[in-house]
Design a binder for this molecule. Structure first.
Ligand SMILES: [Cu+2]
Length: 796
């Protein structure tokens, strides 16, 4: 078998080389009829920039064949797909076929596997259809998926084994009226506005009223504001492009296969069904053992197929609820009175914070390491995460002895912890995660551990134990195993997402081989869920079903939990580089991605399209500014920042003739520490601009525990200065802020006034800000230089 695979690889290499010289012949290929004895099935997708109205406002979107989502492309297993993508937009684009097994060159990740489709050009995708099920396609260029470039793939099996009468494709998505790049900019600058708008912020007054101040302090100490569930505010969630959609065309008694695709850019949903419990028959395009299943979590990029029977009297309500409770979209299937679906309550972030505080979890793993090349994965895993009293933390040493099939291990392994073998206190506890919620603790232990269990139960509803493959999916036990640990890491303050504290731009490819099992352990050290997608492969998600663990292309990794996947090649295309990334668009574009490589020669057709282009996009500069105009002063702040570098320009002017301005460049050594240098300008005498002092400054800036910004510097007159500042949201839209600055002068350079050998200068201010909108706030402050006053803040 191995031999055949290597030969295949050789052949593929040869084919790729051959293809270069064969472009002419290829375009001359008959467009009808057969390719390699497979019947050709042809589609054309036309991408356009158009005004669309999805959430009560006309904004520029990107459409596929004139709509969002694009059309359903229907194929039958065994056909040869030919899809022309016509780019009629002003920018380059790409289409990725999500979940499809296809030649590497057709995967559609621009600059990695496939050339970008330049504005005004057409690209021909072609590949044999080797699978059946529900899949989807989307642009893999920048933020185009958020703008509307996505649609569904419905692939009929050669032989139908499931019993149903009709198909109904339901594409879920999220919609913003903002430009997606501005969404990212807003996330990067740390604007609280999205959480305010969604009503998911946790201001101090609510935290205190709920008795959670202690828990809040614990979060602050670890430099975190709280438990964020979703980053972006969306004015609308959509099913097939509509906030609410009816499908009355089905007759009572008909069995309808709902093919549900989460094509959102960053929204994960709970789905519930009215009427009889539907049968879940397929996940990520792969059949599973049919199971009656109602409330189902669907992560970004996942697909689930359910078979429902149209009721005699009434229509089925399908409720799709954003995970953070910020919105709902609904489909009705059938006619008559509504058979209501269960409403999933909005998650209680303050309660979550309290539960997490009780679990003694160490949070705040670095999203950006001091030495990105240094391998500290295992240390990181050991240091951060849950610290369980009664249980051994998984020691992070990966099991190098693979005589035992991993599936067997899985049943005893709960994410993030391992039972002490001799632990009696926990005896009888069933460790498969499906039972975590209803776990029975021995009497007497419940009081103390109950709290911990409670906390663990918090994420226990996120598991895949209800998915069981119809056939064994385990691999030949004699194959070698390559273990890969990927700690999922993130920094909400700067919106950097990474793995093992290393964003895509600071790492190399992960090399894999087709003759070994690649086993990846995702260890989530963040407060957010990450739907991790691997291109071009199906992997086993190890769950309680052991050898029958399901096959998926996207796996959700819940906060502070661990999920193991494994795969062995991809059935024929063990060639080239494949993208692996969090499918939350903004996380991927902030660095949470890797290239998995079979380490084969690069396709010659990619020569003019260096992969650095793709990688650099995840390290883009974002710039923002803030202007305050008030009765006592005016100020201006400008920041331009990428992952490691930042430029700042700031100026403050008091109408009483006081001025301070500063230009600095700073370099992030890691998440919290940066060194900076620049120029500072200040008036020398109070309330007087006659004498302006210009000094060079160097120093460090550090985000301290409890989220204070510390700035320690010295200027070219050898005057040291220290300052601290902090902002706290105290009411839903109201924040207070303050800063304190102390500068000492020992007269080392400039002579001090006679008889003095020491002078100091204290500057401080405090104020309050009320958020009116994303871009505007009212502010009032007192500054010991400028006095008191109030005015308007504008964010650009
Ligand atoms: Cu993510």
């Amino acid at each position: 078998m191995l031999k055949i695979k290597s030969m295949k690889k050789l052949l593929l290499t040869f084919l790729a080389m051959f293809a270069l010289f064969n472009v002419k012949a290829q375009t001359a290929h008959p467009e009808e009829g057969n390719v390699n004895n497979l019947p050709v099935h042809k589609y054309t997708l036309t991408l356009k920039e158009e005004m669309v109205n999805k959430a009560g406002k006309q904004v520029k979107g990107m459409t596929v064949n004139g709509s969002i989502p694009g059309p359903t492309l229907e194929f039958t297993e065994g056909e040869y797909a030919v899809i022309y993508v016509k780019n009629e937009m002003s920018v380059e684009t790409s289409i990725h076929w999500h979940g499809m097994l296809l030649p590497n060159f057709m995967d559609g990740v621009p600059y990695l596997t496939t050339p970008p489709i330049k504005a005004g050009t057409t690209f021909k995708y072609e590949f044999p259809i080797r699978q059946s099920g529900t899949y989807w396609y989307h642009s893999h260029t920048m933020f185009q998926e958020q703008s509307g470039v996505f649609g569904s793939l419905l692939i009929n099996p050669k032989e139908k084994i499931l019993d149903y009468d009709k198909d109904l494709v339901l594409v879920l998505s999220d919609w913003t009226n903002e430009k997606p790049k501005n969404v990212m900019r807003n996330l990067k600058r740390g604007n609280e506005w999205y959480q305010m708008k969604k009503g998911t912020s946790t201001p101090l007054n609510q935290v205190i009223a709920r008795g959670a101040f202690g828990a809040q302090l614990g979060f602050w100490r670890q430099r975190m504001e709280g438990a964020d569930i979703a980053d972006v505010y969306y004015p609308a969630f959509l099913i097939n492009g509509e906030e609410s959609v009816e499908y009355p065309q089905f007759e009572p008694g008909e069995k309808v296969r709902l093919r549900i695709i989460n094509g959102s850019a960053s929204s994960q949903f709970w789905m519930t069904f009215g009427g009889e419990t539907p049968m879940l028959v397929s996940a990520d395009g792969q059949n599973v053992v049919p199971v009656a299943h109602n409330k189902t979590f669907i992560a970004v990029a996942e697909t689930y197929d359910f078979i429902v029977t149209i009721p005699q009297n009434g229509k089925i309500e399908l409720r799709v609820m954003a995970q953070d409770g910020s919105g709902t979209t609904t489909a009705y299937i059938g006619k008559g009175k509504t058979l209501p679906a269960e409403v999933v309550p909005k998650p209680d972030k303050i309660k979550m914070m309290q539960q997490m505080a009780k679990m003694d979890m160490k949070m705040g793993a670095h999203a950006l390491k001091f030495q990105p090349k240094k391998d500290e994965r295992f240390e990181m895993k050991k240091e951060y995460g849950m610290q369980m009293d009664e249980m051994d933390m998984d020691d992070g040493k990966m099991n190098k002895n693979h005589s035992e099939p991993s599936a067997g291990n899985a049943e005893m392994k709960h994410p993030k912890m391992k039972m002490k073998k001799d632990s009696t206190s926990m005896a009888g506890m069933n460790m498969d995660h499906s039972n975590m919620k209803g776990m029975n603790l021995p009497a007497g232990k419940a009081e103390k551990d109950g709290m911990q269990m409670d906390g663990m139960g918090m994420f226990s509803e996120y598991n895949y134990d209800y998915l069981k493959a119809p056939e064994k999916t385990s691999y030949d036990q004699n194959l070698p195993v390559k273990e890969i640990l990927l700690n999922l890491t993130g920094n909400m303050n700067r919106y950097i997402w990474s793995m093992n504290g290393v964003p895509l731009s600071e790492t190399d490819k992960i090399k894999i081989k087709d003759n070994e099992i690649t086993r990846i352990t995702y260890n989530n050290l963040t407060m957010m869920h990450h739907p991790m997608h691997l291109h071009g492969h199906f992997f086993r998600v190890i769950n309680k079903n052991g050898e029958y663990s399901p096959l998926k292309h996207t796996v959700n990794v819940p906060p502070m939990q661990e999920v193991t996947i494994e795969f062995n090649g991809n059935n024929g295309d063990e060639y080239g580089d494949w993208f692996l990334h969090c499918h939350i668009l903004y996380h991927m574009n902030a660095g949470m991605a890797r290239i998995i490589s079979y380490d084969t020669p690069r396709d010659p057709r990619m020569e003019k399209h260096p992969v650095s282009k793709l990688i650099n996009e995840t390290d883009s500069f974002y710039a923002w500014s803030l202007v305050d105009v008030a009765s006592h002063m005016a100020s201006f702040d400008f920041v331009a920042s990428n992952i490691r570098n930042q430029f700042n320009v700031s100026a403050e002017y008091g109408w009483n003739q006081n001025l301070e301005a500063e230009v600095t460049y700073e370099r992030y050594l890691h998440d919290y520490l940066r060194v900076f240098g620049g120029v500072n300008i200040e008036n020398e005498l109070e309330d007087n601009l006659d004498e302006i002092n210009t000094t060079a400054i160097v120093g460090i800036r550090y985000l301290t525990p409890y989220l204070f910004n510390l700035d320690v510097r010295i200027d070219n007159k050898l005057r040291p200065q220290i300052s601290l500042s902090r902002e706290i949201l105290i009411f839903p839209r109201t924040a207070i802020f303050g800063s304190y600055e102390y500068q000492a002068d020992f007269g080392w350079v400039d002579d001090l006034p006679a008889a003095d050998n020491f002078a100091n200068e204290v500057t401080w201010n405090a104020g309050v800000e009320y958020y009116l909108s994303r871009n505007f706030s009212l502010m009032a402050s007192y500054d010991n230089r400028f006095g008191a006053g109030g005015g308007l803040s504008a964010r650009f």
